[in-house]
Design a protein around this ligand. Structure first.
Ligand SMILES: O=C(O)CCC(=O)C(=O)O
Ligand SMILES: [Fe+2]
Length: 306
């Protein structure tokens, strides 16, 4: 093991994989080796901008952020709240109804990349997640975890983490433990952050360096279900970190019912679709191939003493 010295930066840089496009075997090999792929500028700025317009429109309407010409900066003007609180759900329910939010998972550049990685017929889960991360609220920062226990189904499930604007280190981007996808499914312990669970890291991972980047709008970080990841705290003095994460899987593989529901399953798809302009992406998964498998509560259970 290499000892950490004071002149060593705290974080490893994420390797940029753009040069591998569109070489499917090379992209798969790199994913297999590192447990992530980082693509700079994959998504068109105008598409992200439109989603951010809509999301900040909701946050302004409910008074969370300042309006006016600076609305897109998402500057918080209320006390932080977190998953599970009624105020939080008021925001999430409205954002979950946004057509632009769900459509982002189907952006051609993302779908093409997922097809290269996961094969023809790869598709996004209808469950898309919006993260609304307040500044100065470090105790609810997403802790180290693997997505497999939360989503289950195929271990080839692949997440795409996408900030809706530039997200430099001080704004709390995602970080990855390179190679951690080879450590199997790790034990759980309690945590206050989203999901209320964190992975218990074995010694070799607990002392390993995290990899992250100053994200720019359009950058996408992909990682499979066993890669250990977490967020850095949002230390920006005023701005909320707004990001989305979507999950994709190869055609024909298992998934759990909750991956077909909106996040938190608080409203029906019919309710969500009510204000949409286009029917094209509504219930798209009815034409996809997969098998629904039961949720295994033991995979998600905390040890009794927690
Ligand atoms: O954005 C976050 O804080 C957490 C994201 C995450 O865990 C994921 O995308 O799987
Ligand atoms: Fe995650």
């Amino acid at each position: 093991m290499i000892a950490m010295t004071s002149d060593m930066p705290e974080y490893l840089p994420l390797k940029v994989a753009n040069a591998l496009l569109p070489d499917a075997p090379a992209l798969r090999a790199q994913m297999e080796q590192d447990g992530y792929l980082f693509l700079r500028g994959l998504l068109p700025p105008d598409v992200l901008h439109a989603v951010r317009e809509d999301v900040t429109g909701v946050l302004q309407a409910i008074g969370w952020i300042r309006g006016g010409p600076d609305r897109l900066a998402a500057q918080a003007q209320v006390l932080p709240c977190r998953e599970g609180e009624p105020r939080y759900f008021e925001a999430i329910d409205r954002i979950q109804r946004l057509e632009s939010f769900h459509s982002l998972a189907h952006e051609p550049a993302l779908l093409q990349l997922m097809t290269l990685l996961l094969g023809e017929g790869a598709f996004p889960h209808p469950l898309g997640v919006m993260r609304l991360v307040f500044p100065d609220n470090p105790e609810v920062t997403t802790p180290p975890h693997q997505d497999f226990r939360n989503n289950q189904g195929t271990p080839r499930l692949t997440a795409a983490w996408i900030p809706l604007a530039d997200c430099p280190l001080d704004s709390g981007p995602l970080a990855i433990l390179p190679g951690s996808h080879r450590s199997g499914v790790l034990p759980l312990s309690f945590h206050l952050g989203p999901g209320n669970r964190q992975a218990v890291l074995p010694e070799e991972l607990a002392t390993a360096r995290w990899a992250t980047a100053d994200f720019c709008a359009g950058d996408v970080l992909l990682f499979p279900a066993l890669t250990v990841h977490r967020a850095l705290p949002n230390r920006h003095p005023s701005r909320m970190r707004l990001s989305v994460d979507f999950r994709y899987q190869p055609a024909g593989e298992p998934l759990t019912e909750q991956c077909l529901q909106p996040h938190f399953a608080r409203q029906s798809w019919d309710e969500i679709y009510r204000g949409w302009r286009s029917p094209d992406l509504q219930y798209y998964w009815h034409k996809r191939h997969y098998t629904v498998v039961p949720w295994d509560a033991s995979l998600h259970a905390l040890p009794e003493e927690h």
